[in-house]
Ligand binder design. Structure first.
Ligand SMILES: [Zn+2]
Length: 257
């Protein structure tokens, strides 16, 4: 084996060992090459760019509800993210997302789908689940390994170049992060974390089941952004339904602590 390849392999193995922190709540192990600080910085950078086309609704019953939900759900998690949500005036867009580090958006078009506070809490909890589980970081780590960015960066020994290369690669992907569908495994994991946050916050977790049943009934009737990146099916609703009793037993008000 060429010494350079050996060095690469050793570095990759070392990084793998160093970066296998399990996903909060679910305990799944995963590969993370990006640091949480890097992800957070990129989320902060992408946030104004992603929301700048829309008017932010600052007051009124809907904005108050969106902010209240975030406050209630975020209080259930111990991560020190700077959670923030903007309600964007976009009645034709039914979407919501959370960037790494906790910056979020809800488009007003989503509210007709979620129908009530529990329904919106289901979507927001799910999106927060993606952020808490660092799914963007995981996806980027996979891309970086696949593209050899890590290898080139590690061997360049030029700190500024290393940062620039990785940040450029990550920046592009993060910009897409709000629009790209996650894998099914990530979707299910975000569903589960979202339910946990809902139950801990005292929201009705069964509204997530009703929401996905509503979506399954609406399937094919036009473009709904959130639901085009979140495969809607009765299977998904049934899976959520099956998870709830266990989550209530473990995290609900009557759970033995
Ligand atoms: Zn999702």
């Amino acid at each position: 084996m060429h010494p350079r390849s050996l060095l690469t392999l050793t570095l990759a193995s070392l990084l793998f060992l160093l970066s296998c922190a399990p996903v909060p709540y679910t305990g799944r192990s995963r590969l993370l090459i990006t640091s949480e600080q890097e992800e957070l910085a990129l989320g902060l950078k992408a946030y104004p760019q992603l929301i700048k086309e829309y008017k932010v609704i600052e007051s009124g019953a809907e904005a108050t509800m969106v902010h209240r939900i975030l406050k209630r759900l975020a209080a259930q998690d111990s991560r020190q993210y700077s959670w923030e949500v903007k309600l964007l005036d976009a009645p034709k867009i039914a979407n919501a997302w959370a960037l790494p580090g906790g910056k979020m958006a809800v488009y007003t078009g989503l509210l007709a789908m979620t129908q009530n506070e529990n329904g919106l809490a289901a979507v927001m909890g799910h999106e927060m689940g993606h952020a808490i589980a660092r799914h963007s970081g995981e996806r980027l780590s996979q891309e970086m390994v696949a593209k050899g960015i890590l290898v080139g960066a590690q061997l360049s020994l030029d700190e500024s170049q290393y940062q620039g290369e990785i940040m450029a690669a990550l920046g592009v992907a993060y910009k897409l992060g709000a629009a790209l569908p996650y894998s099914r495994a990530h979707e299910y994991e975000a569903d589960e974390i979202g339910l946990i946050l809902m139950v801990k916050a005292g929201y009705d977790p069964y509204e997530s089941v009703r929401l996905w049943d509503r979506m399954a009934a609406r399937a094919g009737s036009g473009t709904i952004e959130f639901f085009s990146t979140h495969p809607s099916s009765t299977n998904r609703a049934r899976r959520l339904e099956s998870l709830i009793p266990g989550i209530q037993a473990k995290y609900g008000p009557k759970a033995s602590k």
